[in-house]
Design a protein around this ligand. Structure first.
Ligand code: ASP
Length: 330
């Protein structure tokens, strides 16, 4: 086979369970994430050689529960540099599953290229019996090497499915099919070298996004509404100089009366407050379960609290005045 005509894909490794190692191959929960280097991960997947020419970089070796905004900035800038090169056709990021949806959405809103960017991960460490990482990696590279994947925003290839970074979320603590896009569903499939898209996202992303990663990120936090909640957390955050708060509200983004008062006070102090829902699917309607016009709050629409925080961080970092507009556009 003449491999010089194959697409060239950059694989950027950040750690996670896909690079996890356990002392015993029967262990799928007791292991250390982010230990195995990218070269070893690639060596384990011989079939990659007939899909793409690979350029590999180890960006980090972390458990993604420890992801930082500074690493987001480094990762997004490196992806932009690589995709600006004529000899790179797509990028794969290997990541932990825990915060994958946050990194994916951050990149979806900040990468300045229409070339494919695909995140993948694994639920079982690389040393496990029936490890899922090698096939996920092969499938992610297959998607990143596919012309059909261009212009669709950042994608997540996992368990033979292709999801949009905007909608995907982790829905199981242990299952190999851990990712879902509630309400919207997956974008398509990748199986045995075939990439098939069924739909695209219509909300703005990548080259159509107004956002870029920041050198310094504003403080934006998440609080939840629940029975008997106090205002202590919100007041402490305001005292600490928080710039934005996302509320993981009950139901349709409703909030306990005590929390509502605390957040109305926060808005008066100049804090941007966004109402999301802790429910896991559905949308939060503006002026629905709370009067956003009167409170000065914003509804998150279909974004879960963690993704709403990513968008709010970008909006605050870019001094966006009309925060509801960006939640209606992205
Ligand atoms: N804690 C791991 C991580 O997010 C979990 C995983 O990758 O599945 O890095």
């Amino acid at each position: 086979m003449n491999t010089s005509s194959l697409p060239r894909v950059a694989v950027l490794a950040t750690g996670g369970t896909i690079a996890g190692q356990a002392g015993d191959s029967s262990k799928t929960a007791g292991y250390k994430a982010g230990v195995v280097g990218v070269d070893k991960l690639l060596d384990a997947v011989h079939a990659l050689g007939s899909v793409a020419r690979i350029h590999a970089e180890q960006i980090a070796s972390i458990d993604s529960k420890d992801m930082s905004a500074a690493l987001w900035t480094q990762l997004a800038r490196r992806i932009d540099e690589l995709l600006a090169q004529d000899d790179i056709d797509g990028v794969v990021v290997t990541h932990g599953t825990d915060t994958l949806e946050e990194t994916a959405y951050l990149l979806h809103l900040t990468v300045k290229s229409a070339k494919p960017v695909v995140l993948t991960a694994a639920m079982r460490p690389s040393t496990a019996l029936s490890a899922d990482g090698p096939l996920n990696l092969l499938n992610a590279v297959t998607v990143a090497a596919s012309k059909d994947a261009a212009g669709k925003g950042v994608l997540v290839a996992f368990n033979n499915q292709i999801h949009s970074a905007r909608d995907v979320t982790k829905t199981s603590t242990y299952a190999v099919d851990a990712f879902r896009s509630p309400e919207t569903g997956l974008l398509g499939f990748v199986q045995d070298g075939r990439v098939e898209f069924q739909r695209t996202v219509v909300r703005a992303h990548t080259v159509a996004s107004e956002f870029a990663v920041a050198d310094r990120w504003p403080m934006v936090e998440i609080v939840a509404s629940y029975a008997d909640v106090s205002r202590v957390t919100v007041d402490a955050l305001v005292a600490a100089g928080v710039r934005g708060i996302v509320v993981a509200g009950t139901g349709n983004g409703s909030m306990h009366a005590v929390l509502t008062q605390a957040l109305a006070d926060a808005v008066k102090q100049g804090v941007a407050v966004v109402r999301a829902s802790r429910v896991g699917s559905g949308h939060v309607m503006r002026n629905g379960a709370a009067n956003d016009d009167a409170l000065g709050t914003v509804s998150a629409g279909t974004l879960n609290p963690y993704k709403a925080r990513v968008l709010l961080m970008l909006a605050v970092a870019s001094n966006v005045q009309d925060v509801q507009r960006v939640f209606d556009v992205y």
